[in-house]
Ligand binder design. Structure first.
Ligand code: FMN
Length: 354
């Protein structure tokens, strides 16, 4: 076993930096490029049974937004940008898509880089039918039940109640004869309850968390993209890590978690791992920086874990979830020695003269 090897729901991958599902993984060329760039695993673009979900891709659009709120011109996106976008599912017949997946798996498998199939939920029975066929060609299937476009595009679903997650996953689980990973939304009142429901319905691993629904006025009487969209940014990282760490705490180390939403750097990937994820799906950083970003992330994680191993021993396995040793419930935090708000409030008190 190498330092970076990680096992998720029975799937062994060379490193924990995975490429998540997006238009980058919608063609055989894109899937192969991700494998060759060093991804631990590659999740293919989602499909489902709905013609409407495929048509959504005709109106896909992408706005990269700087930290100060400026929309970048096309092609000028930077790593730290947020992304507001519309998207749709792969416009391909299922038979053709299965052939693409089989070819990608054939390229990745001898290199130790699994290619994972993906379904974004519309109807659970149809997802089960697709999942059964997919499991014949891929080593694992990811089921996304948390599409951020779910309200605007009903042909992709965003389930936010535990019962709904349980029922949908159960139907797909019964049909899929391969590891099943379930990707959950980040915007729900209790994502841990959704994770528990997915697991009790038979998910082999749980993905946390999907991107958020978003809206950005352009201040000229309109909206960026001219519609609502899905939003992700580096600032989403702590929100994703909130649910990863809470799920790890509640479900324990025996339930494999896959982190996603907000990783742009190797440090971000390490933070996902320290919070309890066994692998991290990255997408937006690759849109802005290209394939070289993958090698950079893997090298950064490798360098950190190597250094840590020389000081403390242990490898990736010991690092996963390690941040929780230093995280307390509020009731267990001792009082601060001096009020922590003083440095912030002092100049306001001075300016009022009181
Ligand atoms: C343009 C775009 C398309 C995406 N399409 C899918 C998809 O088809 N299925 C899916 O499960 N996730 C999809 N995602 C979500 C990503 O797989 C990933 O979870 C998300 O982008 C968060 O990671 P990031 O912060 O590294 O971008 C998409 C994301 C983007 C940005």
């Amino acid at each position: 076993m190498t330092l970076l090897e990680t096992t998720v729901g029975g799937l062994v991958t060379a490193n924990p930096v995975w490429v998540g599902s997006s238009e980058l993984t919608m063609t055989l060329g894109g899937l192969i490029a991700c494998v060759d760039a060093g991804a631990g695993a590659v999740v293919a673009k989602s499909v489902n049974e709905s013609a409407a979900a495929r048509r959504q891709l005709d109106i896909a659009d992408y706005a990269f937004v700087s930290g100060t709120g400026r929309v970048r011109p096309a092609g000028a996106a930077r790593r730290g940008d947020g992304l507001l976008n519309r998207s749709g599912l792969a416009q391909v017949d299922l038979d053709d898509w299965l052939a693409v997946l089989a070819a990608a798996v054939g390229h990745g498998a001898p290199r130790g880089r699994p290619v994972i199939g993906s379904i974004t939920l519309a109807d659970p029975v149809a997802a089960a039918r697709i999942g059964r066929l997919m499991a014949g060609v891929v080593p694992a299937v990811e089921l996304n039940v948390g599409a951020p476009h779910g309200r605007e595009a009903p042909a992709v679903r965003r389930l936010t109640e535990a019962d709904a997650v349980h029922d949908a996953v159960r139907v797909v689980r019964d049909a899929v004869d391969a590891p099943l990973f379930v990707k959950l939304p980040g915007q729900a009142s209790d994502v841990v309850a959704l994770a528990r429901a997915a697991r009790s319905a038979g998910a082999d691993a749980v993905g946390l968390v999907g991107r958020y629904p978003g809206f950005l006025p352009d201040l000229d009487g309109g909206a960026i993209l001219g519609s609502w969209g899905a939003w992700g940014s580096p600032a989403c990282l702590p929100m994703s890590l909130y649910w990863v760490s809470k799920a790890r705490t509640a479900l324990g180390p025996g339930v494999p978690l896959v982190g996603t939403n907000g990783a742009r750097t190797a440090t971000d990937v390490l933070r996902f791992l320290a919070s309890g994820a066994r692998a991290v799906e990255v997408v937006t950083a690759l849109w802005t920086g290209g394939p070289a970003v993958l090698a950079e992330l893997v090298a950064g994680v490798d360098a950190y874990l190597r250094q840590r191993a020389t000081i403390r021993g242990g490898g990736l396995e010991e690092f996963v979830g390690s941040a929780l040793a230093g995280a307390r419930e509020y009731a267990d935090v001792p009082p601060m020695r001096s009020p922590a708000w003083l440095p912030y409030t002092a100049r306001w008190s001075r300016s009022s003269g009181r």
